[in-house]
Design a protein around this ligand. Structure first.
Ligand code: ADP
Ligand code: MG
Length: 264
């Protein structure tokens, strides 16, 4: 079955103080896929994500989710922000943060009940953070913080999950747990769009990639877009790992198959 586009970006130019950081992007993202936004520092990955989330207004073009403006579908998405963008001195416990995920957008009057508390606890267990439910978020390690923000996002039960560099500054155990949960979501038919920095792991875990260098270099299945031409257009001369990545992709084509098509 051909999957439907869940994200549709057309002629998208956006930036800050009238200076574009991303230019004329055109691409689509397919439903049910694990898609990465890849590019060097400053290539506009987070800016693109902010456009998809409706946090900044584009200068030209649009970014639609399910064919609509993001404001119409906010209840169907969740977001794990880049670590640096969060104020960790905010006085809240781990449980408070995860419960925030249960609020419906715009419904400030909403009261959280037993069901919400149960859902929050469930996701804290799933992320291995339930033993720290009463801890202040400022006291957590990088990996623990990332797990809590993943739990908060998953407590919303989204169809489409966005993450901005969830593995940056995270210990190996946390990274493994986070990746495991993301794979489960994909198995359940959810869609994930993740800004990601590391090319080698990208080749192993993603279905599709969007290669960005302020302009779109390529978008499509990892096995197709990871080639020498595209990767050097994306990363320029910073290419010491390039041949390793291409090796990995071309020598092991099987690992990029859709996991749902593989018999276990
Ligand atoms: P990436 O996530 O790929 O590292 P960003 O999207 O964060 O890149 O940044 C793209 C460009 O926009 C960079 O040149 C960056 O300095 C600039 N930029 C990012 N955020 C802001 C901001 N809040 N105000 C002004 N310029 C910004
Ligand atoms: Mg960024």
């Amino acid at each position: 079955m051909e999957s439907k586009p869940i994200v549709d970006v057309h002629n998208l130019t956006a930036g800050y103080r009238r200076r574009p950081a991303i230019w004329n992007l055109d691409f689509q993202i397919q439903e049910g896929k694990f898609t990465g936004i890849l590019g060097p520092n400053g290539s506009g990955k987070s800016t693109l994500l902010k456009c998809l989330l409706g946090q900044i207004t584009p200068y030209t073009g649009y970014a639609h989710l399910w064919g609509q403006n993001v404001d119409k579908v906010r209840h169907r998405i969740a977001y794990v922000p880049q670590k640096e963008s969060v104020d960790w001195n905010f006085p809240a416990t781990v449980m408070d943060v995860v419960l925030m995920g249960r609020y419906r957008p715009g419904r400030f009057w909403q009261r959280l009940g037993k069901k919400d508390k149960e859902a929050a606890l469930y996701w804290l267990e799933q992320t291995g953070m339930n033993h720290l439910a009463n801890r202040q978020i400022g006291q957590l390690s990088g990996g623990q913080r990332q797990r809590v923000f993943l739990a908060r996002a998953l407590a919303r039960e989204p169809s489409l999950l966005f993450l901005d560099e969830p593995f940056a500054g995270v210990d190996a155990g946390s990274a493994e747990r986070i990746l495991h949960m993301l794979k489960l979501l994909i198995e359940q038919g959810k869609s994930i769009v993740m800004v990601h920095h590391d090319l080698v792991s990208a080749g192993k875990i993603l279905d599709n990639a969007i290669l960005l260098n302020t302009r779109l270099v390529a978008s499509g299945p990892v096995s197709e877009v990871f080639n020498h031409e595209n990767l050097s257009a994306t990363y320029g001369s910073d290419l010491s790992i390039l041949s390793d990545v291409i090796d990995l992709v071309t020598r092991n084509p099987g690992r990029f198959k859709d996991p749902r098509n593989q018999k276990s």
